[in-house]
Design a protein around this ligand. Structure first.
Ligand SMILES: [Zn+2]
Length: 236
């Protein structure tokens, strides 16, 4: 027995090289669900829209019939987020976490957290788990997750913004702890500042959670550029 799978090219990165083609014939035992067939190819279900079987949308829990033709497409972009743009990042995505926070996106990141804790926390806090670990995305108990494409934080940020189009509110969130920033009068923080900062800046914010003090120059030009880039390239 077999089924025929037609994966969109955007999904080929999940397939072993010999299967990166427009049509794959996959041995099928007649008992596995559609979801199991997809994941056995290496493609997490978080990375596909509901598959079409012989041209009609199908639940991933159903069993395909002999010689069924299964079409796989990535989810639409931007992908709707029923619980809002709230993310949890795995341990390897610390730079991406800081960038998302800089843009005001609610981004949890703990170091270290093991896989079980990550999946459990994402469910409890209704966050989308972002990772480059496909095994993590294939966990049965995971509520919502996404594979982050790209090497390096800039490419990864561009991918997350393109995929989910989260609302942006730059300079409103602490890049260290994800807490919200509140404006604070200069005289309340003046003792915490280096003399150069004290001379050059007038507007300050403080993290409501960890107390860290922020001013626009604190992040340097590099991160100013990240913010400017994100605002310019976001879909309208
Ligand atoms: Zn903080």
């Amino acid at each position: 027995m077999h089924v025929v799978v037609r994966p969109a090219q955007q999904l080929w990165l999940f397939l072993p090289p010999r299967r990166r083609r427009e049509e794959i014939v996959v041995p099928y035992d007649g008992s596995a669900s559609l979801g199991h067939v997809v994941q056995s190819l290496g493609v997490p279900l978080t990375e596909v829209a509901p598959p079409a079987v012989d041209g009609a949308p199908s639940e991933v829990t159903r069993r395909p019939h002999e010689a069924a033709v299964i079409e796989l497409e990535p989810p639409p972009r931007p992908q709707p987020l029923p619980d809002g743009a709230r993310f949890l990042l795995d341990v390897h995505l610390g730079s991406l976490a800081r960038r998302l926070r800089l843009l005001g996106v609610d981004t949890a990141y703990d170091n270290p957290a093991d896989d079980d804790e990550l999946v459990e926390r994402a469910g409890r806090e209704r966050r989308v788990l972002l990772t480059q670990d496909r095994g993590l995305l294939m966990r049965r108990t995971l509520r919502a997750g996404a594979y982050v494409r790209g090497h390096g934080a800039d490419a990864q940020l561009a991918d997350v913004l393109d995929r989910f189009a989260p609302p942006l509110a730059p300079w409103t969130r602490c890049s260290a702890c994800n807490g919200e920033l509140a404006r604070v009068p200069k005289d309340e923080v003046v003792d915490l500042l280096e003399p150069g900062t004290r001379r050059c800046y007038e507007r300050f914010s403080r993290c409501r959670t960890c107390g860290r003090v922020y001013w626009r120059g604190a992040h340097g030009r590099r991160l100013d550029a990240v913010v400017a880039d994100a605002l310019r390239t976001r879909p309208s």
